[in-house]
Design a protein around this ligand. Structure first.
Ligand code: PEP
Ligand code: MG
Length: 591
């Protein structure tokens, strides 16, 4: 719909969790029906509005049919298929549609408003009825209405012709769970911002993997912002600008140009090993959540995959949990990553990644509860399905596996017992796998750091999960934006924990990597070089920046400098010291 008066620019501050800048029309992802603007139209505009409704109804019908056929191809979904039949009937209900057209014609209101006001009245009266069956129908009508209103927002008159816009858009939401983010249409979403959230929530991590700008912790998105308004996301500085002025867009255009220039210069590093200025080698790999990200891993020239988060098989459909489905994905990863290979982490569900069973029976403290290896050991049957899938993939390329959320030695030993059982099962079935598959432990809980010497004797490598290590060392919930300022990767206690872990690994003759988000924190890279961390695994969009930063540093100088850093008493002092080092060596990366 054409908006006449230009709205005032509004700037909101949050936390930038995925770098980059983008702008475009906004869509809200919410649970309730969104109220469109109550717009008057001229009598001459009635026909165009009616045409927009027809277009939106056709688009909605197509979408429902498409969804229905997707769902019917999955198992156990018979009952859901019927729901979509009911939705199609509701969509074409002539009583409702005639009333909508009447409101538009007689009150001269936009078709969006007419549709919303009529349908809302139906929904409200159904909700008041005591019969639970009829009350339930309100949910179905609301579902259909949300789709129609969304399609109306995207239908526009262009050059006198009606067409449905398919442009990409910006998503604003109160919150996006990791499963919401999985469900976003990745080719259509340019960027997103949420009212709550934090830098190490899995939603933020996924935004970085998908390489789309994102801002979280905006606290409140003003009501004046309507669907279709232009919104700019500045993921570098954690800023969201509603209705950006021409001058703002111009200013941001310059930042986009700088960013593109930097990317061009970084691409010259492709094909080169990652070494410090004095020639010390560091392995630089990438983290993935979805198999489609392999392309990004290769394109950004990472040395394989340092962390394959496998939880997302368990957040989507049941079929994805099967051995066969997982095996196919792991095999693809193994074949695509050549000599460097892939490190597959066993299921780390829990915390902010809740699968349906956990959502129905919530725990009081999910981050301290049934998570990661605890859950796998409690469900050995399901655990071995995953272990078998990983082992089978090891026959097709270099595969390592690692266990998450280890807090005791017994857990690691029990996990290894399950691994041996899975190997026996495969041998029994005559299925081949890598008999010498390397096994690692994630170090992300302080108790694991303090028994690192014992753990090191059980495994071939450590991978430090700083996202959790910061949370559990400092008692700061990683997804709670109220305490976000206390979530400090440069806290001296965290740096000591990491130092202790790397030293324990080396004392015991194994290698140690970092796969948490701090691995690519540009300020902290001199610390990793100074501590002689062997591997960094980062989001693929961060690979080349990290390679460039490392290439400017002298490992011996960092080794001496680290003594000074570890003597400091606050996160702020350590961050400041790191920033000095980063600015002296790679200022161009600190946009
Ligand atoms: C971590 O904790 O740092 C980590 C890499 O694992 P996740 O973010 O999936 O908890
Ligand atoms: Mg973790």
């Amino acid at each position: 719909m054409n908006k006449t008066a230009k709205k005032a620019e509004i700037r909101l501050e949050g936390i930038g969790v995925s770098p980059g800048v983008c702008w475009g029309p906004v869509e809200f992802l919410g649970k309730t029906l969104e109220e469109p603007e109550n717009t008057d139209i001229p009598r001459s505009g009635v026909d165009a509005e009616k045409a927009r409704l027809s277009l939106a109804l056709i688009a909605t019908r197509d979408q429902i049919i498409e969804l229905q056929s997707e769902i019917s191809s999955e198992e156990d979904n018979e009952s859901h298929v019927g729901i979509f039949d009911a939705h199609l009937l509701l969509l074409e209900d002539s009583t409702v549609l005639n009333e909508v057209l009447r409101v538009c014609e007689t009150q001269l209101k936009s078709i969006d408003w007419a549709y919303y006001s009529v349908v809302k009245r139906y929904i409200d009266s159904l909700r008041k009825i005591s019969d639970p069956y009829l009350r339930e129908r309100a949910v179905d009508i609301e579902d259909v209405a949300k789709r129609v209103l969304k399609n109306l927002r995207w239908s526009n008159l262009e050059d006198g012709n009606l067409r449905l816009q398919t442009d990409t858009s910006i998503i604003l939401a109160h919150n996006l769970t990791p499963s919401d983010t999985v469900g976003l249409n990745r080719s259509r979403v340019k960027g997103f911002a949420t009212e709550v959230g934090s830098a190490t929530s899995h939603t933020a991590i996924m935004a970085r993997s998908l390489n789309i700008p994102a801002v979280v912790a905006l606290h409140q998105i003003p009501d004046v912002c309507n669907a279709g308004d232009v919104v700019l996301i500045d993921g570098y500085h954690g800023r969201v600008i509603l209705n950006p002025a021409e001058s703002t867009l111009q200013e941001y255009g310059e930042l986009v140009t700088l960013d593109e220039e930097l990317s061009d210069s970084l691409s010259l590093l492709k094909g080169h090993a990652t070494t410090t200025a004095d020639g010390k080698r560091v392995t630089l790999s990438a983290n993935i959540e979805f198999i489609e990200e392999i392309e990004g891993v290769k394109n950004q020239d990472a040395e394989g995959i340092g962390l394959y988060r496998t939880e997302f098989f368990y957040l989507q459909s049941r079929e994805q949990r099967s051995e066969e489905f997982q095996f196919k994905n792991y095999k693809t990863a193994a074949e695509a990553t050549g000599e460097h290979g892939v490190i597959i982490r066993t299921l780390d569900i829990g915390g902010d990644k809740l699968y349906p069973e956990l959502i129905e029976n919530p725990e009081p403290n999910p981050f301290l509860g049934w998570r990661g290896i605890r859950l796998s050991l409690d469900r050995p049957g399901e655990f071995r399905i995953q272990l078998r899938a990983i082992l089978r993939a090891s026959a097709f390329g270099k595969v390592r596996l690692m266990f998450p959320f280890i807090s005791t030695l017994e857990e690691l030993q029990e996990a290894r017992v399950q691994l041996e059982l899975a190997k026996d099962e495969l041998r029994g079935d005559g299925i081949s796998f890598d008999e010498n598959i390397e096994v690692g432990a994630m170090i992300e809980i302080p108790s694991a750091v303090l028994i690192a010497d014992h753990l090191a004797r059980e495994v071939d490598f450590f991978s430090i999960g700083t996202n959790d290590l910061v949370q559990y060392t400092t008692a700061v919930d990683r997804v709670n934006d109220r305490v976000a300022s206390l979530y400090q990767p440069t806290h001296p206690a965290v740096v000591s924990m990491i130092r202790e872990t790397v030293e324990a690994a080396h004392r015991n003759g194994i290698w140690c990597g970092i796969c948490g988000e701090a691995a690519s924190d540009l300020d902290m890279i001199p610390i990793w070089v100074g501590l002689e961390v062997d591997e960094l695994s980062v989001g693929s969009a961060q690979v080349l920046r990290t390679r460039r930063a490392i290439s400017t540093l002298d490992s011996r100088a960092c080794g001496e400098w680290i003594e000074e850093v570890t003597g400091l008493g606050t996160a702020k002092e350590i961050r400041g010291k790191c920033r000095e080092m980063a600015t002296a060596n790679y200022p161009e990366l600190l946009l």
